[in-house]
Design a protein around this ligand. Structure first.
Ligand code: HEC
Length: 142
């Protein structure tokens, strides 16, 4: 029994060695190279969409909330990008506009009716809205 086992053992060992070598080479994807390849893509998408987990951008908020009125001019809301409609409001200054948006003004509901928006998110939305109409407000970082 011992005699025929030796060659088999040798074979098994050789196979194991081969496997080990193969496994050693298995991660053919160089993590560093992959990271470098992915990095520029990630940076571009961050710049474009400004996605930050859990934080909504001004653009996203305007699209989903404020646009309902400001996109159409409903309730006489100053329309997005309408410079004439926004000029006198922009002249009030960023702080005043953010304050209006947070607390509401006449037909404009507080936070555009989206009570879950944070102050910073409202400010970002105001900056996005006003900047479409020629303002140069700097939105608080997400
Ligand atoms: C239900 C409709 C409605 C929605 C939704 C809405 N607005 Fe308005 N908004 C208005 C109306 C109407 C006015 C004009 C108010 C006035 O001056 O009488 C206004 C005015 C404003 C003004 C100018 C305030 C000022 O002091 O002159 C800002 C800034 C503004 N909205 C920001 C926002 C933002 C940011 C959102 C989304 C978070 C939003 N609005 C969503 C109706 C809306």
């Amino acid at each position: 029994m011992n005699q025929p086992l030796a060659p088999r053992l040798a074979l098994a060992l050789a196979a194991a060695a081969l496997l080990a070598t193969a496994c050693g080479k298995a991660p053919q994807v160089d993590p560093e190279k992959t990271a470098m390849a992915i990095l520029p893509v990630g940076q571009v998408s961050i710049k474009k969409v400004k996605v930050e987990p859990g934080k909504r951008t001004g653009e996203a908020i305007v699209t989903s909330v404020c646009g309902a009125c400001h996109g159409t001019g409903a309730l006489n809301a100053p329309k997005t990008g309408d410079k004439a409609a926004w000029a006198s409001r922009i002249a009030l200054g960023f702080e005043a506009l953010v304050n209006s948006a947070i607390h509401g003004k006449n037909q404009m509901p507080a936070r555009g009716g989206a009570a879950d928006l944070t102050d910073a998110e409202v400010a970002r939305a105001v900056a996005y809205l006003a900047n479409q109409a020629g303002a140069n407000f700097e939105a608080p970082a997400p």
